[in-house]
Design a protein around this ligand. Structure first.
Ligand code: FES
Length: 107
């Protein structure tokens, strides 16, 4: 069962029982507030996650992610959490620019 480890949310860990869900679906199912301004449609980058480990455990880049990569708006170590399905263990963090003021982050 894939595990999402979110380092700057006090090492929070989520276990997934599915290989069909995006990182954002799993994050929300676990009641973690995570920015998603366009409503998970791949039309913004506010849901991006910084991938520290496990890039190969995510599904292939989607069309919107490829577009943002080409525009330089999504770095090599970043993925859109609403697009990337979690196929194995990943270690991620919330980007500084997408932190909520009401949330407590550990770095
Ligand atoms: S929520 Fe907008 S791209 Fe993911």
């Amino acid at each position: 069962m894939p595990e999402i480890h979110i380092t700057n949310l006090y090492e929070r860990k989520i276990i997934s029982k599915s290989l069909e869900k995006t990182a954002l679906e799993l994050i929300h199912e676990n009641f973690i507030d995570w920015m998603h301004a366009c409503g998970k449609k791949g039309r913004c980058t506010t849901c991006k996650m910084i991938v520290i480990e496990g890039q190969n455990n995510l599904s292939e880049l989607t069309e919107p992610e490829t577009k943002y990569r080409e525009q330089g708006r999504l770095a090599e170590n970043e993925r859109l959490s609403c697009q990337a399905k979690v196929l194995g263990d990943i270690k991620i963090k919330v980007a500084d620019i997408n932190k909520f003021p009401h949330m407590d982050y550990s770095d």
